[in-house]
Ligand binder design. Sequence first.
Ligand code: HEM
Length: 508
Amino acid sequence: MASPALSPLEVIVAALIVLGVVKSFLHRKRSQYHPGPPGLPLVGNTFQVPPKSWNYFKSLGLKYGPVVHISVGGDNVLLLSRALEANELLDKRSAIYSSRPRSIYAGKYQSQGKRTVIMPYGPTLRRHRAIFQQLLQTKSIGAYEIYQDAGSVKLLHDILTQPDDTFMNVHRFSASLIFQLTYGRRLEGDDKDLKAVLRVLENFVREITPGSHLVDALPILDILPDLLAPWRVKALKAHEEEMKLYFRLAKEVKTKMDTGGSNAECFLAHIWEEQEKLDIDEKEIAYVGGTAFEAGTGTTADSILWFLAAALLFPDPIHRAQQEIDAIVGDRMPTFADFKDMPYCAALVKEIFRWCPSIPGMPHASDRDDNFQGYRVDKGTVIMPNIWGMHHDEEKFDPSRYLCSENSDPEALSFEGLVDGHYLFGFGRRICPGRYLASKSVWLAVTRILWAFSILPVVDIDGKPILPDMSKCSGGVTNTPDEFPVRLVCRSEERANTVRQATENIIY
Ligand code: HEM
C-alpha cells in the first residue's frame, strides 16, 4: 500500500528533526567556543535575539566579554563588541574573515549571486570591488564635487520651498546624487525613477534583515519544490522586477553612448567602456549600478537625518559649529574649499558618524576553520562587529573629542580623515568603497544646512518641544530614524536669496 504524501508542515517538522539530530551528532563541546549565553536544544539562541539587536549584543559583551559566541538558526555567530578584536579578525586575518553569511533568499534567488554587498568572497567579489575602488578612490571623487555642490544647493532650496517635507528632501538629495553619478543623468522631475529605485531598496533592506526568511536559517528547506516553497517564487519574481529596472537604467547609458548622445561621465559609462577588460557580463553591470545606488543612498540620507536629530537633542555643539561657519564664510555659502578652515565642522561630522551609525553592524563570515584566543572558530561562522556598541555613548554628543592636535592644525585636516576615529564604514577587505564620497557628501550637506537654517523642534500644545526618540528607528541591517518633526527656519533673508540665486545657476 502506498504511504500518504507528507503535508508541507510535516516536511518542515521532519526536516527540523533530521537537522537537529544531525547537529547534535556534530555538536562539539560548548567550552570549545567563546563564552556566551546558554541556548535551548536545537534552536540555540535564535529566539533570544530581538529585532533591534544592538543593545542586546552590547549587554552580552558586558556580561561575557568582548567576544561572545551565540548560535542562531544553527549557525555559529561571534559578536565582537570591541574594535581590538574586530581589527584582529576582520583586518589582520582578512584572508579568512571576508566572506558574507549564507543568503539563500536574497543572495541565491533574489540577486542570483550578483549583488556585491551580500556576495561571498571570491573572484566575482574581487572584480566588483576593483570596479568600485577605481570609481570611488580619493583621486577620482574630486570630479564628483560639481554634483555634490549642485545637489546640496537643490537640497537647501527644497527645504526653503517645502519645509514640511524634510525627510523626503534629504532622501531626494542623496538618491539624486548617487543616481547622477551612476547613470549620468538627473532623476526625472516626477520622481518616477526615484520612487522605483527607492522601492527596490526598501524591499532589499527588508529581505536581508536577519530572521526574515526561514530558509536562511534552515537551508534544508531549499530542497522543497516551488509548490511547497512559495518564498522561492516570490524571490525570483523580485529578481525579475529589480533586474528589469536596473537593466533598463544600465542599457539607457549604453544606448546613449552607442548613438553618440552626450557621452555621460558616469560609473556605468566607464564600466560599459571597459566591459571586455573587466570581464563582466550585462547582468552584473546592471547589478553593480543597482548596488551603488542601494549601498550609497539610504546610508548617506540616514547620516544627515541623524545629524538633524542630534541638532534637536544637543543644541550647544550645533551653535558652536554655526559660529565657526559664520566666522569663516559669513553670508557666502560654504564650499569644499572651506573645509580646512572649519575644524569643528569636520569634528561634528565624525561625531555624527560615531553617535549614530547608519549601519550598526554588517556581518562577515569565515571561509575556513580558525582558532582565536584559544577557542575554535568553525568555517562558516558569522562574525558580527557591533559597530553601534563599539561607538556607543548615547548620552554624550561631543564633537570636540575629535578636535585632537591633528585636527587643530588646518594643514593636517583632510577629507580622508573624516573616515578615521570610528568604524562606521566597516572593516578589512569588505570596508565600504564609497566611504570618501559619502563623508564628503555628508560634510557638505551638514555645513550648508547649518549655514542656511536654524534647526528647531516643533512644540506640542503645551509649548513643550517634541524631541526625537532615539529608540524609534528601523531594526536590522540599517539604522534609519523614524520620521520626527523638525523645523528648519532660514537664518536670514540674505542667505535665502543666496540659495535662490545659486539654484538658478545650477548647470549640470
Ligand atoms: C554614510 C554613508 C555610508 C555608510 C554609513 C556606509 C557603510 C557601509 C558599511 C558598514 C559597509 C559594510 C562594510 C563591511 O562589511 O565591513 C558598506 C559596504 C558597501 N558600501 Fe557603503 N556606506 C555608505 C555609503 C556608500 C556609498 C556612497 C557607496 C557607493 C556609491 C557605497 C558602496 C558600498 C558597497 C559597494 C559596499 C559593499 C562592499 C562589499 O561587500 O565588499 N557605500 N558600506
